[in-house]
Design a protein around this ligand. Sequence first.
Ligand code: ATP
Length: 207
Amino acid sequence: MKFGIFGGSFDPVHIGHIQLALACRDQVPLDTVCFIPAAQQPLKQEGPYASDDDRLAMLELAIGGIQQMVISRIEIERSGVSYTIDTLRTIAQTQPQDELFLLLGSDALADFPSWRQIKKIIQMATPIIVIRSGGAEINWNVLADWMPKQRIEQLRQLSIHMPPVDVSSTEIRRRISLGQSINGLVPPAVAEYITQHGLYSDRIHRE
Ligand code: ATP
């Protein structure tokens, strides 16, 4: 089975995340896309702002009914800083028969070299870089210190294109704190959950 691992804060999950997952599922194609919310992202100084339970509940609402998508609590249950290498090791152990893929937005590629044990990561899983059409040029050279040119060329060929979805969790939190609409930026059930639970209304998100 081709098993895609999609990590992030998902604070909250939004339609950009869903579109990325769909593009990978359909274009790679993958048998399963597994959303893995981080307990604490190594490269983010702040957050997550919503609780683990709320982020998981919103993910469940967002992907409910979408084929071949699942959620893993592995990083939340492990708690502490969520290093991808630890997650990959566990998945490789529990699913030795699966071929692993790591789904990454092209913005995440820029940070890739600062990930812990990057060399090991790219041995254990094939990175699928998702490029937003019309977006900024991808700097593939960031990978040059970590892999031979041939492998970079392979990854370039494996990369997936998706239409740009101009949304981020930061922008959603900012809008909510200002009382602005988030219609169309998250699935309706997620918007409803955010309202019902009064998430992201603090002033901190306005800055
Ligand atoms: P924040 O604004 O809080 O930093 P975010 O919206 O960037 O959050 P993350 O949960 O940090 O979301 O992102 C997880 C993954 O989703 C990353 O690989 C990122 O590149 C990708 N991603 C985020 N927003 C989009 C989008 N609009 N379209 C496609 N991919 C996205």
